[in-house]
Design a protein around this ligand. Structure first.
Ligand code: SF4
Length: 957
């Protein structure tokens, strides 16, 4: 907190904590009169992205209403700073169109008729349906599918208490690809860069403005820059981030790994690598490649073998593939080598999520860290697991016994997360059904590719028996639910959060502000919905109560996990205070003592401050000695791995037993035996191979039509694009996944502040492509053909994008089929949606955004009319053959729109999208792996079943 003192007055950048109970400000609306407003300030956690920044809710003491949100200066990651989406929470909670009561469908699914119902009825309906499914051994038919989690561990615990393999997530349209690249090195699936202490920072994305954990990271990247660090950005778009960079490398999408490997070649060739680190901390002695075996060889021989293997990745080759100048590649490589252990980087989505084989960019990027010895160092690349803290509750159920093949099908044994983008396609193949489906802050009809296949699945009551959308806002998906259940925003719910934001570990406590404040004043509530607007609830209490509804007398063994941990209330229903209170008392090191210092209980401390820093001792944790208890009775294998009772506990390095990394070798895996064992021997080392949108794939897609040679098209990895008959125009690559920094996904739809800032998503076109397209100008209407249909939108001609590439932000194009309701009218177009043939869907905008009358006078002042165009729904699924990640970039054909085309027009044929799914699936290399395994045991799995479930039994083959 900064305090500015002037004679006669005090100015504060943020309110000091001792004044939070009665903070006074002058009412700006009363100016020039000096009218004081008194506030109670209550900390909570932002819910508008995964960063979990600290908010302070300003509750007006006179009205009891929250007037605004600002940053919590005591939150260790965000330090009082927020992006535009944090303060915009105020518009979400006061949105006049928000859902305030549980709603039940009346009439056919998707018909748009709803009636208010009670929470008791919801619990009874779902409780009895799920109980019956469990009693009939149909546990796999119960599925929870999460979009924005916003919490840690509680859902895994709930589903394991139910004994089912039922956790689905959005991660395979988000980040799984990068996760595989990272975890093959060190088991942790994300980096935690120490930007603030770095000397050189390389970002493969627009990370500074909109990437993962971007507000906490952005402020530390700027700190690093202010201390002299240089910044390089590899991104085909001149993003705001790239505009702040010392080096902008507009690489052709999908070629990033070639550039990174060329940098590695420079560092190896100029002997600027950290030989001691590579020798001590990689499994180089296991390397077998190109007929070379490192076993018994010298370290120098290994380096020579690596040089030979990567010889083709010259800067000139990388320039040819990527368009990034060879001299820039060399210069950047030298800067990275000079930064040494203070080289930080980040890669999330962008190159990894856009491309077939995108996982290799994360792997090649980590190679640069390994070569420079910048793993686990101040200013370097740390492991997310070292910077995140997830306390454990009072008792935890055992892992589930069964494996759900709708979540982890055999075709993709190395997928890091659930194969959710192909769920509708698997149901279409007859691979299962869902009896009870919970979508939670999740809107696949709009955010996923192939949304019409989701509509076809959701409206089919044979495939999905009962569907509840747990959501704070209306969404295109909620429209096809049986129940729409309103769940709270940031100030209306409990959650515990922690993220790898900097070189430290912290927890943040989201809390229902109005309930907490009234309870401080002595009022009692059974449930949070009694204090929230309408009957908006929170998931924690919903799941506890649903678990009791499934197993009311405890005979199914479920209820026991949702009973009080305190002996004086044994057997009674768990409260949220008890759930979190117990963890704060028992599972967070240092918190009870910090609370006691202030005469508070740990729960009171967290309610008062909203966050707690657990430790900043987070570097080089691989070097920690193996605990004495683990060492006693352990054995050392020939590879130096220290094991006890058949489980690895450490590794010998420099004659000492240290914990190392959670990989099979306990070292950084330069050589991945896992890839060889799982049928991908060509990828035992970090590699580059061409993406599905590479120029060679574009030429192949034209085939006989274009008459162009496509000799270098590698059909081993890349499925051939087959264009619909009416697809015409220039073949280009569409980048559909960049994020506008102030937009969320579905939840920005009810924020008037955020939509006023920007509300259109034109197609970015480079001037050279604009000429090829017939002198297209900004504002012209153009038609973009995908493999399964088309969409029509405006062009924006700009030099801020590499040639050969077009780009469109994915946060726009909301739609509603009713004029007056379903979605917030400030952010959605009213559309006419028709199924004109089996699987053939046509959407045309009837009207754009218009001003409208509500209790909020601002809705009459809406001045914009554009809601953007929904591009994602025109994309087929592209499951990467290895990671299963949806490869977002699209090969498209672009032409000037014709007289019949109108802005926002969309057409999709789901028969074609199903065919594309099958072409991609055919390139996967399915399980079983060694010993009949479904997937490698050492690769993490969310909501992990017991080990026996990892094996495919003979009766299942
Ligand atoms: S970065 Fe912005 S949206 Fe994300 S948690 Fe922080 S304030 Fe909220």
């Amino acid at each position: 907190m900064t305090e500015f003192k002037r004679e006669g007055s005090h100015l504060f950048s943020t309110p000091p904590v001792e004044k939070w109970d009665d903070w006074t400000e002058l009412d700006p609306g009363a100016w020039p009169r000096r009218v004081q407003k008194h506030y109670s300030l209550v900390p909570t956690i932002c819910f508008n992205c995964e960063s979990a920044c600290g908010l302070l809710a300003y509750v007006n003491k006179e009205t009891g209403r929250i007037d605004k949100f600002e940053g919590n200066p005591l939150h260790p990651a965000s330090r009082g700073r927020l992006c535009a989406k944090g303060p915009a929470t105020i518009t979400q909670i006061h949105d006049p169109d928000r859902i305030l009561y549980p709603m039940k469908r009346v009439g056919p699914r998707g018909g748009g008729k709803w009636a208010r119902t009670s929470w008791d009825e919801v619990l009874e309906t779902f409780g009895s349906r799920i109980r019956k499914a469990f009693q009939e051994k149909r546990g796999e038919e119960v599925m929870y599918h999460v979009g924005r989690p916003g919490h840690d561990f509680i859902m895994e615990r709930t589903l394991q208490a139910w004994g089912i393999d039922g956790h689905n997530s959005h991660t395979n349209v988000c980040s799984s690809s990068a996760r595989l690249g990272y975890l093959l090195w060190h088991h942790a699936d994300r980096p935690s860069p120490d930007h603030a202490n770095a000397r050189f920072i390389l970002l493969l994305s627009a990370h500074l403005e909109s990437g993962h954990y971007f507000n906490p990271h952005a402020q530390r990247i700027i700190e690093g820059k202010m201390a002299g660090a240089k910044l390089a950005v590899m991104d085909p778009r001149l993003s705001n981030t790239a505009s702040m960079a010392d080096y902008w490398m507009p690489s052709y999408p999908g070629t990033e790994a070639a550039v990174l490997l060329a940098m590695a070649v420079v560092i190896l060739g100029e002997k600027r690598f950290d030989a001691e680190f590579v020798k001590n901390w990689t499994n180089w002695e296991e390397l077998e490649v190109d007929g070379f075996s490192a076993k018994g060889q010298s370290f120098d021989a290994l380096i020579e073998a690596l040089k030979r293997h990567y010889a083709k990745f010259t800067p000139e080759f990388a320039e040819k593939e990527s368009g990034v100048k060879a001299e820039v590649i060399v210069k950047t490589a030298r800067e990275i080598a000079t930064a040494g252990s203070r080289f930080a980087s980040h890669l999330w989505r962008g190159s990894s999520s856009g491309n077939l084989g995108g996982w290799q960019s994360a792997r090649a990027l980590t190679l640069l860290h390994v070569l420079t010895g910048s793993v686990g160092t101040p200013g370097g690349h740390n492991l997310n697991a070292w910077n995140k803290f997830v306390p454990r509750p009072y008792k935890n159920p055992p892992p589930q016994k069964r494996w759900n093949e709708l979540l982890y099908p055999r075709e993709w044994p190395l997928c890091v997360h659930e194969m959710s983008p192909v769920l509708p396609h698997m149901l279409k193949e007859g691979r299962g059904r869902i009896e009870a489906y919970f979508t939670r802050v999740f809107n696949p009809v709009w955010t996923y590719p192939d949304g019409f296949s989701w509509i076809e699945m959701l409206r089919d009551e044979e495939k999905v028996g009962l569907h509840a959308a747990l959501t704070p806002t209306w969404s295109e998906t909620a429209w096809f639910a049986d129940y729409v259940l309103p769940m709270g925003f940031s100030s209306e719910r409990h959650d515990l959060m922690s993220q790898e934001s900097y070189a430290g570990k912290w927890i943040g406590f989201r809390q229902p502000v109005l309930r907490v404040l009234q309870e401080r004043e002595g009022k009692k509530f059974d449930y949070t919905y009694q204090a929230n607007p309408g009957e908006v609830w929170e998931e924690d209490e919903f799941w506890i109560n649903l678990s009791w509804a499934i197993d009311p007398d405890g005979s199914m063994g479920i209820r026991q996990w949702f009973e009080s941990p305190y002996p004086e209330r044994a057997g009674q229903k768990l409260t949220v205070d008890e759930y979190y209170g117990w963890m704060f008392e028992n599972s967070v090191p240092g918190l009870p003592a910090a609370a006691a210092k202030e005469g508070l209980k740990p729960l009171e401390y967290m309610r008062k401050y909203g966050a707690y820093e657990v430790t900043t001792d987070v570097h080089r944790l691989n070097e920690k000695p193996v605990a004495a208890a683990d060492l006693s009775g352990s054995e050392v294998g020939t590879n130096g791995v220290v094991s006890k009772n058949g489980k690895a506990v450490g590794v010998m390095v420099g004659g000492e037993a240290v914990v190392g990394y959670n990989t099979p070798s306990r070292k950084l895996e330069l050589f991945s035996k896992t890839m060889a064992d799982w049928k991908w021997p060509e990828f035992v080392l970090p590699e580059y191979y061409r993406s599905h949108i590479h120029k060679s794939a574009q030429a192949a897609s034209l085939g006989s039509e274009g008459g162009k040679a496509a000799d270098d098209f590698d059909s081993r990895y890349i499925p051939l694009v087959e264009w619909p008959k009416d697809a015409r125009g220039e073949v280009l690559t569409l980048l559909p996944i960049f994020r506008l920094p102030h937009l969320i996904h579905t939840r920005s739809g009810n924020s008037k502040f955020l939509y006023e800032i920007a509300h259109k998503n034109p197609l970015w076109v480079n001037p050279t492509d604009a000429v090829k397209l017939g002198n297209i100008r900004t504002g012209d209407l153009i038609k973009v053909h995908t493999e399964i249909g088309f969409f029509v939108l405006h062009a924006w001609v700009t030099e801020g994008l590499a040639p050969g590439v077009v780009a469109c932000s994915h946060h726009m194009g909301r739609w509603r089929t009713n004029k007056e309701d379903q979605l917030e009218r400030m952010s959605s177009a009213w559309v006419d949606l028709k199924e004109v043939g089996k699987g053939q869907w046509k959407m045309r905008q009837t009207s754009g955004v218009e001003p409208y009358e509500t209790t909020d006078p601002d809705t009459k002042r809406v001045w914009w009319s554009d809601a953007g165009v929904h591009q994602n729904i025109t994309f087929p699924v592209h499951p990467d053959p290895i990671t299963g990640m949806h490869c977002w970039h699209q090969m498209v054909r672009v032409e000037r729109a014709s007289a019949e085309d109108r802005y926002g027009d969309i057409f999709v044929d789901t028969n074609l999208s199903f065919a594309v799914y099958q072409r991609w699936k055919a390139l996967a290399r399915p399980a079983p792996g060694p010993g009949g395994l479904r997937r490698p045991l050492w690769i993490p799995r969310v909501h992990r079943p017991e080990e026996a479930a990892y094996y495919i039994h003979s009766d299942q083959s």
